[in-house]
Write a protein that binds this ligand. Structure first.
Ligand code: AMP
Ligand code: MG
Length: 402
């Protein structure tokens, strides 16, 4: 049970994904392979080629027909290198010198690796080990046949998928258009890097964190700058941004303080959906609509922004692009620390894996960003629980969140 009045993390996630399902981006575009990394495939990709296109050798060695084996030693009647045209006929009673990736001569049904072959002084070849039909041959179409579905719509494109597409000889592929995300930092105290720091001000680090992360997730970022803590300006800004953006992503101004305008404006002038989650850090996360545009209001503390973006906004952004599996892979790690005091919110801690155990970054304050650079990922402490060293915990590697 979470604290009364606070929404459990999984409920918030369900609501965000339901919202995303209603906002899936319908348009796609064709992009060259070298710009497709991190984008989402818009339609199923069918093979236009058998792979391999013809049977070929998996080894450097000798190709023969096993029916000729009783006539060994065999003379070598041809040399087949990778890149030669397939289908040269193997003369009966001979073998072919062959190299990895070279087309198998017609008539051959076996390849023996060169290490298991004795080459006599006269150049003939003796096979030293028992042989089998099909040995060391990559059959035509063993990977895929023309017309096979290679990749499904909704697949996020990593170098693996792009290499598969390249292997089919394609140069372009259809991807869902980039979500246009207006990125807005709120706070009177914020100054962009490169500008002089005024008394009482701090540099805007959230913008850099989220700008890069959004691009990793295939988004186009509309830099909406820094917004002062003023309700009228906040309304005006959201009105302007809703025209161009698929999502307005903000940081700061969502707690319950006097200067927390973003949340106030969303509740007073928009349609609020979520506020106050049973999560630590990140409790003030605010989600809703302003006009017709969804707004995700992340808390301003850098680690709160990081945790809520990674665990809640990221799945939303993937789902509007059509990705089904939006949750990061996680695995069980053992606590390298005691956790004697149960909390009413689900807590995410920055940890490093050391000797099979999750070690805590010493300062877990939500204002401290440096812990994320030290850590390998997050561990999840469930609500109302205590832990002893060695207890199992869910570990989410940071690498899974990009
Ligand atoms: P808020 O959520 O607006 O109450 O901000 C919480 C804390 O996060 C305050 O200490 C802010 O100064 C800090 N903060 C807010 N926005 C940013 C930002 N863009 N970069 C770095 N720190 C921020
Ligand atoms: Mg603020």
């Amino acid at each position: 049970m979470s604290k009364p009045g606070l929404m459990p993390v999984e409920d918030a996630l369900d609501q965000l994904l339901a919202m995303a399902d209603e906002q899936r981006l319908p348009d796609s575009e064709s992009v060259p392979l070298n710009e497709a990394r991190g984008r989402v495939l818009a339609s199923d990709l069918l093979a236009t080629l058998d792979l391999p296109p013809w049977p070929n050798s998996a080894m450097d060695g000798y190709a023969l027909n096993l029916a000729d084996l009783h006539r060994q030693p065999l003379s070598v009647s041809q040399r087949v290198y990778a890149g030669l045209a397939p289908d040269a006929l193997l003369s009966s009673g001979t073998c072919a010198r062959i190299f990895t990736g070279a087309p198998l001569p017609m008539g051959a049904n076996c390849v023996e690796m060169q290490e298991n072959v004795e080459v006599l002084e006269d150049g003939r070849v003796r096979f030293l080990q028992p042989l089998k039909v099909g040995q060391n041959i990559r059959a035509q179409g063993q990977e895929n046949r023309v017309g096979d579905t290679l990749l499904r719509a909704g697949k996020r494109l990593s170098p693996f998928e792009l290499a598969v597409v390249a292997g089919q000889g394609m140069t372009h592929l259809p991807v869902v258009r980039r979500p246009r995300v207006a990125l807005l930092s709120t706070g009177d105290e914020l100054v962009e890097p490169g500008q002089p720091l005024r008394p009482g001000s701090i540099y805007n680090s959230n913008r850099t964190l989220l700008d890069h992360w959004l691009r990793e997730l295939g988004c186009e970022v509309i830099d909406a700058g820094i917004l002062p803590d003023r309700p009228a300006q906040t309304r005006l800004k959201l009105e302007q941004l809703q025209v161009a953006a698929d999502l307005i992503l903000t940081t700061g101004g969502v707690s319950a303080g006097d200067a927390d305008c973003l949340g106030q404006v969303l509740r007073d002038n928009g349609k609020p959906l979520l506020w106050k989650l049973a999560i630590k850090p990140g409790k003030p996360l605010t989600v809703g609509h302003f006009g017709t545009v969804p707004v995700i209001g992340l808390p301003g503390n850098p680690t709160s922004a990081l945790v809520t973006f990674g665990l809640l906004a990221r799945p939303y952004l993937l789902r509007i692009q059509g990705v089904e599996e939006v949750m990061p892979l996680s695995f069980t790690a053992n606590a390298g620390f005691d956790w004697p005091k149960p909390g009413s919110r689900r807590e995410y801690l920055r940890v490093r894996l050391e000797g099979g155990q999750a070690a805590l970054y010493p300062n877990q304050s939500s204002g401290v960003l440096l812990g994320a650079t030290w850590a390998d990922g997050l561990v999840e402490i469930p609500e109302n629980s205590t832990l002893r060293v060695g207890d199992p915990l869910r570990f989410i590697p940071f690498s899974e969140l990009f």
